[in-house]
Design a protein around this ligand. Structure first.
Ligand SMILES: CC(=O)N[C@H](C=O)[C@@H](O)[C@H](O)[C@H](O)COP(=O)(O)O
Length: 229
């Protein structure tokens, strides 16, 4: 049986509400407004970066929250919730599920250590992976769910502009439950991921990063990337 936060997300849309560093939307008050707009539109869950953003949305909604931090650490390129301390911070802010990097890149802490920190803090553990092998390893280390989040963002995964449907199909064939995430930029692609067996679908940039969406349009019109910031 699925743990309750995952059961509530089954078949549902999760909206990732994150602004990049330097974005005019980075402030928590803007993230709160974007998150509320996503909830109004029917998001059944939220994926949020940073304790202040998580706490702000926890105060206004009971939907499952996937929380994470994004921080660099010396000697590693792993930046999504890379330490047990960050896992605890995210859980304490009100996340039901803590997402963390579970790729094969050199890392400061093992996947098992991050899973344990999440469970000890009363949260579920979501392993952000980029390959089938990483998914197997994450489940062996005790993860509750994996997400296809990191495909395209590690040197050893396919670099592509669209979603990694091949990885989703491989996860399904291996009977490994997964949340689909990454470049699901249209309702049709999101639906396709669900049809490929995803437990739930995370959509971020296409809904909550107007700067990215503007760039897609600007590039399509005249190959320009818009105003340089
Ligand atoms: C690779 C990485 O750092 N992904 C991050 C993970 O939390 C977010 O920046 C993405 O927006 C999220 O994964 C959703 O994906 P998309 O924005 O493509 O719908």
């Amino acid at each position: 049986m699925l743990p309750s936060a995952l059961a509530r997300l089954s078949g549902q849309l999760i909206v990732s509400v994150q602004a990049d560093d330097g974005s005019p939307l980075r402030d928590t008050s803007h993230i709160l407004a974007l998150g509320r707009a996503a909830l109004l539109g029917g998001a059944a869950g939220l994926r949020l970066r940073s304790a202040p953003d998580i706490a702000a949305l926890r105060a206004v909604t009971g939907v499952p929250i996937i929380g994470l931090t994004k921080q660099t650490h010396p000697g590693t390129e792993v930046y999504i919730t890379a330490t047990p301390e960050e896992v605890r911070e995210v859980a304490a802010a009100g996340a039901d599920i803590v997402a963390f990097d579970a790729t094969d890149l050199p890392r400061p802490f093992t996947v098992a250590e991050l899973v344990r920190a999440a469970h000890d803090a009363g949260a579920l553990a979501m392993a952000d992976i980029s390959t089938l092998e990483e998914a197997r390893a994450a489940y062996a280390a005790g993860a509750d769910i994996v997400g296809t989040t990191m495909s395209g963002y590690t040197p050893h995964s396919p670099q592509q502009t669209g979603p990694d449907f091949a990885l989703m199909a491989a996860l399904r064939a291996a009977k490994l439950p997964f949340i689909a995430e990454g470049r699901l930029n249209t309702p049709e692609l999101a639906r396709q991921a669900l049809d490929l067996g995803a437990l739930a679908v995370v959509v971020g940039s296409a809904i909550t990063r107007p700067d990215h969406v503007t760039r897609w349009f600007a590039q399509a019109l005249h190959g320009s990337s818009g105003e340089q910031m």
